[in-house]
Write a protein that binds this ligand. Structure first.
Ligand SMILES: Nc1ncnc2c1ncn2[C@@H]1O[C@H](COP(=O)(O)OP(=O)(O)OP(=O)(O)O)[C@@H](O)[C@H]1O
Length: 295
């Protein structure tokens, strides 16, 4: 079987590139024929992956972090083409949620095993406008942090997020958001809203702890107005997901979320997805994943 492979040069500060030889060898050892696509940007990757599948590739392998997986999704979601995500980015939240081995070569062996056996796992995906996403779509404080981090030229890597968090904390204020949950409308002041297909975002923060990517629903975490101090204190609770017990937090299980608030861009899988107003729809079984449920 011909397998198209995306390797994000930027992911994990070059980690995807470093691991790619081992991943390709593992695929070849299983009798597959991997072909690395020469894409160097997200849009290139989306286009080249779609072309490779149209030309006969039987599966897509994405080596990188959540941004790399996000590009890969655009080519395969809603189709029967299997997708393997090989974790080699700074944030590997999709791989974590799906039980993909942390070691890229072990993950590649697991993916190859499923491809050879013809075993795939149906996983839900979020759809917003014409974009697909797999982990968490956020708006409010966290999307403002991502927006600011993307605009910063310095520092690089995780430190960029630390600087962006401090800058956004300084101007923290609740935003009025119109939120429609499965047809039920609310207008409320919020600090942030996280629409989770899977539990984690931001490299291991369990923002939607009950989210299950195979149940056909999103878990939506809504954080109401909270002070800077409360936000800073609540943040460490995100690792365990116990922030949902805070009085300002509510959780909703729905399949369709409409969001409106002026001047806000939503982010999902760490990538900008759409300016508000926008709708997020959970599409059951939109992805055919391989190499999952191993951890
Ligand atoms: N060949 C490619 N395949 C997929 N994505 C690519 C490719 N080339 C560049 N990209 C882009 O590179 C970025 C890689 O981000 P990703 O999240 O995978 O890595 P990361 O190390 O977690 O990144 P970040 O440091 O931005 O959090 C994405 O924005 C993606 O669109």
């Amino acid at each position: 079987m011909d397998v198209a492979v995306l390797v994000s040069p930027a992911a994990g500060r070059g980690r995807a590139r470093t691991w790619s030889a081992g991943v390709l060898s593992a695929l070849e050892a299983a009798g597959l024929t991997p072909r690395v696509l020469p894409a160097t940007t997200g849009p290139d990757a989306e286009r080249q992956a779609a072309e490779a599948i149209a030309a006969g590739a039987g599966a897509l392998v994405a080596i990188g972090g959540d941004g790399t997986a996000h590009a890969a999704l655009q080519a395969v979601a809603g189709t029967s083409t299997p997708l393997a995500v090989i974790p080699a980015g700074t944030g590997n939240d999709l791989a974590l949620a799906l039980g993909i081995p942390r070691d890229p070569v072990v993950a590649a062996r697991a993916a190859a095993e499923d491809l050879v056996a013809g075993t795939t796992r149906a996983v839900d995906a979020g759809r917003t406008g014409d974009r697909w996403w797999a982990t968490v779509l956020c708006c409010g404080f966290d999307s403002a942090v991502s927006d600011r981090a993307n605009r910063l030229r310095w520092p690089k890597g995780r430190r960029r997020y630390d600087v962006a968090v401090l800058a956004e904390l300084a101007r923290l204020r609740p935003r009025e958001v119109e939120l429609v949950l499965d047809g039920e409308a609310h207008t409320l002041p919020v600090t942030l809203i996280a629409v989770g297909n899977t539990p984690w975002y931001g490299g291991g923060m369990k923002v939607c702890p009950g989210a299950d990517p195979t149940d056909g629903f999103f878990d939506v975490t809504v954080v109401g107005p909270i002070s800077r101090l409360q936000l800073v204190r609540t943040r460490p609770l995100l690792t365990a997901g116990t922030h949902v017990e805070h009085a300002a937090v509510t959780v909703h299980r729905v399949s369709r979320v409409e969001l409106a608030s002026p001047g806000v861009t939503t982010y999902a899988d760490g990538e900008p997805v759409a300016p508000l107003p926008a709708t997020a729809e959970c599409v059951p079984g939109a992805l055919r994943m391989v190499g999952t449920a191993r951890t």
